[in-house]
Each structure stands twice: as structure tokens, then as C-alpha cells.
Design a protein around this ligand. Structure first.
Ligand code: GTP
Length: 207
């Protein structure tokens, strides 16, 4: 099974202070708690990887997911991870308009450097809008127009509640399978989708 190259998520967040611990790392014993509470949110340095096994019809697809750093200082590093990507989930914070500007930067990069990369726009923190709609700083229709323009799909998600996260990854996997099947039909090479439950593996990213 031909395997594509990486599929990545490119978080679009303004620069923050670098952290010395990886995301999700335990910050240590209780006595450190009060200090830890005063620290800024942890920032991705380099990239984090996870594999996600998905079902698409009767097929099994293993997404290799890279969560890359979104801040400017790690730009060059992030480029290494999305080289050859088949899909990219470009994230922005629905409550922060500057993060959408940053997302557009990554879209431009991907479109100029990665011709075959399918782009998915992902507005994050939708749970905060459920609590208070006035917190929205990025208009849904503006982004939808932009998405139509660049032939991207748009999702609004929440890591906190899980809203739309599964749908997004399912769509990524389905699109990959149908594009691969289309290539088989048109190029007659590379990918044998007749092999059931034979996972193909490529890299991407997680939320
Ligand atoms: N309410 C809410 N907060 C979120 C959500 N996702 C992330 N956060 C918070 O936003 C902050 C940044 O989250 P990260 O996941 O580190 O953001 P990121 O875009 O991956 O950042 P980098 O990887 O460092 O570029 C943290 O304080 C998270 O707890 C969400 O869906 N809802």
C-alpha cells in the first residue's frame, strides 16, 4: 500500500513562552503545584506524534499524526514535519482573531510548498462560544468564504468537550481513501485498496 507522506496539524497560535516540559507531562509533586499554577500554558516544542487507527467502510486506516508547534520561533522546525504531507489540519482559536491570521500564513505556506496536501481549517475552543457567544472573534461565514476559496473544509471543534473532533479525523481518513482510490483509477499504480484491513500509514497530527 502506498503510503503517503505526512499529514499534519499546524496550530495557529501567537507566540508564547517556551516550556521546558512536553505537553501532558506531569509537573511533579504537590509542593510544586502553586508554582505550576502560575506558569504559562505549555507550548509545543518541535512536534508530538500519535498514531490513530480509523475505519473507513471495511478498511482500516492508520493515521500518523504530528502535532507541530504553531509559534513563529519554531516555524523552520514545523516545516520539516509537514514536508510531503497529504493533509494538514490548520488550527486557529475561535476567540482570537490574530490566530486566524496566523492560520492563513500556514495555509499560504502549505499551498506554495505542498501541492498534494488537502487542507482542513479547524476553529478551536468552540466550548467557550457555547458558554458565551460574544467571545467569538472569528466570524464563521468569513472563514467559510475563505475555506471555499482555498478548497478547504471547515470544522469548529473543542478539545475540551470533543465537539466535532471525531468528525474531523473521520473526514480526513475518508478523503485520503477516496483520493487514493481515485489515483489508482487514473494512474493505475501504487495503492491497492482491495487489501482489506491492511493499514496504510502516513503522518499527520492530533488535536
Ligand atoms: N476551553 C478550551 N481551552 C482549550 C481548548 N483547547 C486548548 N485549550 C487551552 O488553550 C491553551 C493552549 O492549548 P494548546 O493545546 O497548548 O495549544 P496549541 O495550539 O497546541 O499550542 P502550541 O502547540 O504550543 O502551538 C491551553 O491552556 C489549553 O488548555 C479547548 O477546546 N477549549
Amino acid at each position: 500500500m502506498a503510503c503517503g507522506a505526512p499529514l499534519r496539524r499546524l496550530p495557529a497560535r501567537p507566540a508564547r513562552l517556551p516550556a521546558t516540559l512536553p505537553s501532558g507531562a506531569c509537573r511533579g509533586p504537590d509542593r510544586a503545584t502553586s508554582r505550576a499554577q502560575a506558569l504559562p500554558p505549555l507550548q509545543t516544542i518541535g512536534a508530538a506524534f500519535v498514531a490513530k487507527v480509523m475505519s473507513v467502510g471495511d478498511r482500516t486506516v492508520t493515521l500518523g499524526i504530528w502535532d507541530t508547534a504553531g509559534s513563529e520561533r519554531y516555524e523552520a522546525l514545523s516545516r520539516m514535519y509537514y514536508r510531503g504531507a497529504k493533509a494538514a489540519i490548520v488550527c486557529y482559536d475561535l476567540t482570537d482573531s490574530s490566530s486566524f491570521e496566523r492560520a492563513k500564513f500556514w495555509v499560504k505556506e502549505l499551498r506554495s510548498l505542498e501541492e498534494g496536501c488537502q487542507i482542513y481549517l479547524c476553529g478551536t475552543k468552540s466550548d467557550l462560544l457555547e458558554e458565551d457567544r460574544r467571545r467569538r472573534r472569528v466570524d464563521f461565514h468569513d472563514v467559510q468564504d475563505y475555506a471555499d476559496n482555498i478548497k478547504a473544509q471547515l470544522f469548529e471543534t473543542s478539545s475540551k468537550t470533543g465537539q466535532c473532533v471525531d468528525e474531523l479525523f473521520q473526514k480526513v481518513a475518508e478523503d485520503y481513501v477516496s483520493v487514493a482510490a481515485f489515483q489508482v483509477m487514473t494512474e493505475d499504480k501504487g495503492v491497492d485498496l482491495g487489501q482489506k484491513a491492511n493499514p496504510y500509514f502516513y503522518s499527520c497530527c492530533h488535536h
